[in-house]
Ligand binder design. Sequence first.
Ligand code: GLU
Length: 486
Amino acid sequence: MTVRVRLAPSPTGTLHIGTARTAVFNWLFARHHGGEFLLRIEDTDRERSRPEFTADILDGLAWLGLGWDAEPVIQSERIEAHRAAINQLLEAGLAYRCYASEAELEQMRERQKASGSAPRYDNRHRNLTPEQEQAFRSEGREAVVRFRIDDGATICWNDLVRGEMRWSGSDLGGDMVIARRAPADQVGDPLYNLVVVVDDAAMAISHVIRGEDHIANTAKQLLLYEALGLPLPVFAHTPLILNQEGRKLSKRDGVTSVGEFRAMGYTAEALVNYMTLLGWSPPEGMGERFTLKEAAEVFSFDRVNRAGARFDWDKLNWLNAQVLHDLSAAELRQALVPLWRAEGWQAPGSDESGAGSREAWELELAELLGPSLTTLRDGMEQARPFFERPELDAGASQQLDADGATAALTALLGQLDENGSLSAEQAQELLAGAAAAAAVKKGVLMKSLRAALLGSLKGPDLITTWRLLHASGEDRARLMLAVAQG
Ligand code: GLU
């Protein structure tokens, strides 16, 4: 069998982490079997669907490296096929028009609530006589189309994640609406369960892989496959992503869209790696860090857990840091420069490449910050004092007030060559010379220099920091300020 799977997002919001994780499992399964990963944009909710959400979803999938194999199917363009399926069910007597008004249905639900029974449609219009139907029509009533669900039906399937599944028709809420309310001589807008079945069959989907919140839908959809005489796909229901409290991850948990993770400075590589681990355990010996391609080689649903997967920020941060630490200075520079530019920051140096160029300076800064980064955003925050003059924090102010600090910095300033580059050896010599001249320990001078340059006692390697700030003359400017304040 050719494996053909699909992701069927509704463009009613940006790409959600849950949808992206479903995409990951579909993609891995397709690639593992040399099959196809397809997309279907489920845009039939006309009020809530927006082209910009479709763009965000496609953009997010592409960014994550989850390429798809054909032009996405646009569900709203397939409405004729959906209507034809509804008509087929109506003609076969497997579906019927229900004329019950909203108010009547509400009354029915109230009564069920009062008697403590579960809400369900009581199938009241299942067997209307032609005369009864005529009477409703002449009242001008509109109708929905409902699909018959026998209470006695048993629905079974073998789920790739959850194993043997069994549902009773009586647990599906009564006959199901498959077309929205419309004038009784028409068929209204087709609804989710019906259109999914029609489209999955038309796209020859072999495996439907989606979140376990769709399990009850699967039971209903299986009845529709049977009624329409369509071949069945295999189903796999993946565990939900849970928050720290063990509840389904929702908007209230803050960050939930792929774009938000991206803006926070997570790399696509770390995020897909992490999403793969949300519900799937890699085989023994594989470790937790891998590429999508490596995961695809060994992916199977045997190793997908049934239990919900708790979102673990520490693990995501760990993976992201690993990815960033493994980048070359050139790759890191490439990732960071757009963030720096967005802040309006310009590196010193000439346009040409090579020594003394802007590019060489950026490369050196990227290399300096690299080892301490967890996210790319850290690479923006930590780069800030290299582009913007910092305020002195309390520790730095205190340091500059220490005995001998100002004298040593003044001695250093006196020896500092304004022009030309500053090599590491020259920097060391200057420090030794100034410390001796001011009769302070070199350590005191170094701490004071750091305070003057970065406004803080913490930061990356001091000599490199100094050399970078020397390139724009900022070292002199900041030393003079520090001396004046000290
Ligand atoms: N549009 C549905 C959703 O986003 C698709 C579910 C399915 O995969 O069938 O939940």
